[in-house]
Design a binder for this molecule. Structure first.
Ligand code: NDP
Length: 433
């Protein structure tokens, strides 16, 4: 705490992991002897930089850019960039810390990192977004590379932003280094299924959880928070598997559509028009847009928080439990507060933490890197099958680790333990560096 004052979200993320590692440290004293925990909590490198750019009115704007290169024991740093006004070092470090364990859990050769800026793309013209991205990459380019650090998207950074960032990287370095960024467009080095991967992966993970109870999505009522990249493709996959998504949200409120969220309308509003979710009801007049309150007030069997950190608190958890919700899986990073997670455990609600349930995005990014390295491109069907297999593997690894270390059925402990052991063993093997 004293070492990292004011970084609330980072403290929360570290506590969440350390609280579950007791049985591992007791059984394997070599981790404590080599100070693995202290080393894991200190990023290998943190970069903070000025991002100067010119807006449409000709005024000079200054934002702050971040890249935290947290841990490279398993591979090049890998993790997204977030553009949102709330971004500061504590957010980037919480995300980077989570990313170490998530990436380890995928079983793929990727380390952990994260970055971003306090820039808000909302309400900015295309030209402004492009100039911001170019200014951001003008500093970032010297820190990243296919073998060093491979950023991707996150909140506020989608295909458009990755395009502008990649264009500037290519211009500055004079290298078509496809593997330097993931989330690229299909015609210029991107992978099929990367856009869909986080949302699809979360739903594949829940499907595995349901199978442990001999159940399926068929006929289930689902609430998804958010209406961005992760949320939209979670909605799509739930519908394909026979569930009904009855509500989704953005930062101005939520929409309830008891006939089931119309995916075409949702995509048109959010992806094509880049409008607010309230516009959804123009095309679906029977649906309701609610400006105040919480999307978690809508009754459901399965809840998928896919918006942002700490968006589902103890009160929301109590409401969900009261309404009979049986499964909660985090599509977003750390969307459930510690209070909420505790209540789910006490009520016997199956809970999947983000570092397991949303790992499909980074796993498919690693598949994109594989395709770039071999100058190959795979079909949608093949890539989606790989994603489904990876999610099944992560699911099983969580349950195995939970069993082995005395917390059977606890996905949260299982994810932390399985993720930790793999990266800690690599750190021991590489020596004190
Ligand atoms: P997007 O920017 O595409 O969408 C974010 C959504 O969350 C929007 O609907 C946004 O609403 C809402 N939101 C963001 N901030 C807030 C806030 N402070 N309060 C309420 N709502 C908010 O981002 P993604 O879908 O990519 O990311 C969503 C979550 O998933 C994040 O936690 C991210 O870290 C995590 N994640 C993303 C991955 C990816 O591949 N994209 C991979 C793994 C995890 P509004 O438009 O009104 O701001």
């Amino acid at each position: 705490l004293r070492r990292n004052p004011g970084e609330t979200e980072f403290h929360q993320a570290v506590h969440e992991v350390l609280d579950t590692l007791g049985p591992v440290l007791a059984k394997h004293p070599q981790y404590a002897e080599a100070a693995v925990i202290s080393r894991l909590c200190e990023p290998e490198r943190q970069i903070i930089f000025r991002v100067p750019w010119v807006d449409d009115s000709g005024a000079v704007q200054i934002n702050r850019g971040f890249r935290v290169e947290f841990n490279s024991a398993l591979g090049p740093y890998k993790g997204g960039l977030r553009f949102h006004p709330s971004v500061y070092l504590g957010i980037v470090k919480f995300l980077g810390f989570e990313q170490i364990f998530k990436n380890s859990l995928t079983g793929m050769p990727i380390g952990g990192g994260k970055g971003g800026s306090d820039f808000s793309p909302k309400g900015r013209s295309d030209g402004e977004v492009m100039r911001f991205c170019q200014a951001f990459m003008t500093e970032l380019y010297r820190h990243i590379g296919e073998y060093t650090d491979v950023p991707a998207g996150d909140i506020g950074v989608g295909g458009r932003e990755i395009g502008y960032l990649f264009g500037q990287y290519k211009r500055i370095t004079n290298r078509y280094e496809s593997g330097v960024l993931t989330g690229k467009g299909i015609t210029w080095g991107g992978s099929q299924v990367r856009t869909e991967a986080t949302g699809y992966g979360t739903v594949f993970f829940v499907d595995e959880m349901l199978k442990t109870r001999g159940d399926s999505f068929d006929g289930k009522k689902v609430v998804v928070s958010g209406s961005g990249n992760v949320a939209i493709y979670a909605v799509e996959k739930v519908q394909q598997l026979g569930g009904t998504v009855v509500a989704c949200s953005d930062s101005n409120g939520y929409v309830v559509d008891l006939k089931g969220i119309d995916l075409d309308v949702l995509k048109h509003v959010k992806e094509t028009r880049r409008a607010r979710l309230s516009a959804y009801v123009e095309a679906r007049p029977h649906a309701e847009h609610v400006e105040s309150g919480s999307v978690w007030d809508v009754a459901c069997d399965i809840a998928l928080p896919c918006a942002t950190q700490n968006e589902l608190n103890g009160r929301d958890a109590a409401t969900l439990i009261g309404n009979g919700c049986a499964i909660v899986a985090e599509g977003a990073n750390m969307p459930c507060t510690p209070d909420a997670v505790r209540l789910f455990a006490e009520a016997g609600v199956l809970f999947a933490p983000g570092k397991a349930a949303n790992a499909g995005g980074v796993a498919t990014s690693a598949l994109e890197m594989q395709q770039n390295a071999s100058r190959d491109s795979w079909s949608f069907e093949h890539t989606e099958r790989r994603l489904a297999d990876i999610m099944r593997g992560i699911h099983d690894r969580c349950l195995d680790a939970a069993d082995t270390y005395g917390t059977p059925g606890n996905y949260q402990a299982g994810a932390n333990i399985a993720g930790f052991i793999q990266v800690a063993d690599a750190m021991l093997a590489l020596g004190v560096i």
